[in-house]
Design a protein around this ligand. Structure first.
Ligand SMILES: Cc1cc2nc3c(=O)[nH]c(=O)nc-3n(C[C@H](O)[C@H](O)[C@H](O)COP(=O)(O)O)c2cc1C
Length: 195
């Protein structure tokens, strides 16, 4: 079993989405370990409604070509300088993975599967955080581009729900405060008890 440094609570409340990675590569073995553990996410019917395409190491370098193709509009018309600037958005993370979920024709099952895969992603983010690896769930428009999907081997009836970036960072971003508890929780039956 992997050693865990953070308590579950500390992992949850200290995790931040990392938007400024420092470019240090992430070892694919680290990602494999994280995904193996994250797969203990709850999921209805044990359908395991997820699969991942990971681009790390040489795969990540190769991958930048298709990111340029689909992620930078009209990249062929840009100056080298401008292209480099645009590509900086993608080159920071040390690895990236695509979270692919089946699109069940039944609405209930489809929602359950999306929910389960999202839990998988949160597990992934917390386990990565515990190893000092930052993550960010990204949903750029090109995830639905048919040619991009084809490049990744995404089949009809599947959807890429996340481009999940992994990487090291120099600074932990400030927390984006959440609404206070009183604003999002009410207690059922409270008024009846008080009456
Ligand atoms: C479903 C989902 C989609 C997201 N898409 C993006 C995105 O496209 N670009 C981005 O910069 N952050 C994206 N995020 C990250 C959020 O911006 C981030 O979680 C939010 O700012 C709160 O910051 P924190 O995670 O550090 O608490 C996404 C998060 C979720 C859960």
């Amino acid at each position: 079993m992997n050693e865990q440094a953070l308590s579950v609570r500390d992992a949850i409340i200290t995790r931040r989405s990392i938007k400024n990675f420092n470019g240090q590569p992430v070892d694919p073995e680290n990602i494999a370990e994280i995904l193996e553990d994250a797969a203990w996410a709850p999921n209805h019917g044990n359908r395991n409604p997820w699969r991942f395409v990971v681009a790390a190491d040489k795969g990540y370098v190769k991958f930048l070509d298709i990111l340029r193709e689909y992620g930078v509009p009209k990249w062929k018309e840009l100056s080298e300088e401008e292209l480099e600037k645009q590509m900086k958005k993608f080159t920071g993370p040390g690895a990236v993975s695509f979270v692919i979920v089946p699109e069940d024709p039944r609405q209930k099952e489809r929602l359950e599967d999306y929910a389960a895969a999202s839990m998988f992603v949160q597990n992934t983010m917390l386990l990565a955080w515990d190893k000092g690896i930052g993550t960010c769930w990204k949903t750029p428009g090109f995830l639905d581009n048919p040619k991009f999907r084809e490049e990744l081997g995404v089949k009809p009836g599947e959807r890429i729900i996340s481009m999940l970036q992994f990487g090291y960072y120099d600074e932990r971003p400030k927390a984006r405060p959440r609404k206070p508890l009183e604003e999002f929780v009410t207690y059922y039956g409270e008024e009846i008890e008080e009456a």
